[in-house]
Write a protein that binds this ligand. Structure first.
Ligand code: FCB
Length: 457
């Protein structure tokens, strides 16, 4: 096995990376003993996913990871964030452990280290084992212990080579959409399930941090939050209140208890029935960093007919939007980084930022994705501005390395720096891939304070 690289921990180091997740890229969902996840089941329910797509094959990364790591090396990133599929490690979610599943991540991690790319391991990017889904998933308090047991297996196995761990990716997104608003696995929609899921995921986070510290004493641990300003889409008190309510569920329900030791005021009474004495102390464990995923602000309206009374309204007509319909507002990214820095006081890693674009391979075989270059240039400039204004940002990871399975949108939306021709699995680096490679080369920790580093085309 390759030795861990310590290069990444030297002073002044800035992590330049790309992110992916297991269900979105791996495929091989029935291979080498992997058990089903809630997403395998959800994708098979009619009408859930655009075009009836599934993650069965995705980018076939399970077999093509050497080619994908070679692409990363060509890109020049020094860090790569991936997630481990819990149902590959424990097919039913609990013991026994599946050796073939563990061996896959050994191979991936060793390949990364050989390429001098630091592995950043996310323990949960939404693919809960279906066996646990059938026991209530995150609505069941026991799920926190099941998660901690899985995390201990991961830490013991990879801790010699992997030092960066994220407990959860975007807990607010998968709890809100999976348990209440609809649109994600497991497809529940009631407020009680949402509140239970929120609290149990928080407990799981705290338990996971403790288990990791025990098995990997030099681990650097954080959680990854989707941080998007919530703005009222219309004038009026009810819309302002709806925006504040979404802000509590979306932006604060996890980082507040995990970092500050309390639920936000707008949520505290609702969560109270599920709290036991000492829960908050078990949730608030010391962390090394704060992971920010950011895309765009939300524009919110009050809608009494919708769960939580929240509706998603239109952005002001003057705001440009991506093909996903998401507002493009780099200034909101700067604000988010500064607000996160002031509220939580932890070093920040941007672990997802990027955009979907209408990418096509042209007659010359190239993918000229200028809208993505424009987006990344504007957003990295906003990040540099936030750093200049005092935000302690230590890394930036593009979402995503590859076009992949974009949840409810299936394969209809492309976020990659690398185009994937899904029928053949051919990879074509896009123009943005070269743009990002140049940015990384030109931006040393000292020079990146000058916004000029981001303004090359
Ligand atoms: C984030 C998810 C990631 C991807 C991007 C576009 O919310 O974490 O898996 O779908 O959005």
């Amino acid at each position: 096995m390759a030795a861990a690289s310590h290069r990444a921990t030297s002073p002044g180091h800035f992590a330049w990376g790309a992110s992916t997740s297991s269900y979105q890229i791996e495929g091989a969902t029935r291979e080498d003993g992997r058990g089903p996840s809630i997403w395998d089941i959800y994708c098979r329910q009619p009408g859930r996913i655009a075009n009836g797509d599934t993650g069965d094959v995705a980018c076939d990364h399970y077999h093509r990871y050497p080619e994908d790591v070679a692409l990363m090396r060509g890109l020049g990133i020094n860090a790569y964030r991936f997630s481990v599929a819990w149902p590959r490690i424990m097919p039913t979610g609990r013991a026994p452990v599946n050796e073939a599943g563990l061996a896959f991540y050994d191979r991936l991690i060793d390949e990364l280290i050989a390429a001098e790319i630091e592995p950043w391991l996310c323990l949960y990017h939404w693919d809960l084992p279906q066996g646990l889904g059938e026991r209530g998933g995150w609505t069941n308090r026991d799920c926190a212990d099941w998660f901690a047991d899985y995390v201990a297996v991961v830490g013991r196995r990879y801790g010699d080579r992997v030092k960066r761990y994220a407990t959860f990716n975007e807990p607010s997104v998968f709890t809100l959409f999976g348990y209440c608003l609809g649109g994600q696995a497991p497809g529940l929609s009631d407020t009680a399930s949402l509140l239970q899921a929120i609290h149990h995921v928080n407990l799981a986070h705290g338990a996971a941090v403790d288990r990791l510290r025990a098995s990997v004493p030099d681990a650097s641990i954080g959680a990854i939050h989707n941080c998007q300003p919530c703005r009222p889409a219309r004038d009026g008190t009810e819309h302002a209140l709806a925006a504040r309510r979404l802000d509590a569920y979306w932006n604060r329900a996890f980082p507040d208890p995990q970092v500050l030791g309390r639920y936000p005021a707008l949520l505290a009474d609702a969560v109270a029935p599920y709290l036991r004495p000492d829960d908050l102390a078990h949730i608030r464990r010391p962390l090394d960093w704060f992971g920010v995923n950011h895309y765009s602000p939300h524009y919110v309206v009050a809608d009494p007919g919708k769960p939580l009374g929240i509706g998603f309204g239109p952005a002001p007509p003057s705001v440009p939007r991506s093909v996903m319909g998401w507002p493009v507002e780099p200034e909101a990214f700067r604000e988010t980084l500064l607000a996160t820095h002031h509220r939580y006081g932890l070093p920040i890693y941007v672990l997802e930022n990027g955009t979907a674009a209408p990418d096509v391979v042209d007659a010359t075989g190239a993918v000229a994705d200028q809208p993505r270059i424009d987006y990344l240039r504007a957003y990295t400039s906003a990040m540099f501005a936030a750093i200049n204004d005092g935000a302690e940002v230590r890394g930036y990871f593009v979402w995503s390395l590859l076009d992949n399975f974009e949840w409810g949108a299936g394969y209809s939306q492309r976020f990659g720096l690398v185009y994937v021709d899904f029928p053949t699995q051919r990879r074509v680096p896009k123009a943005s891939f070269r743009w990002y490679a140049e940015l990384i080369q030109s931006a040393s920790p000292r020079s990146m304070h000058f916004a000029g580093a981001a303004s090359r085309s």
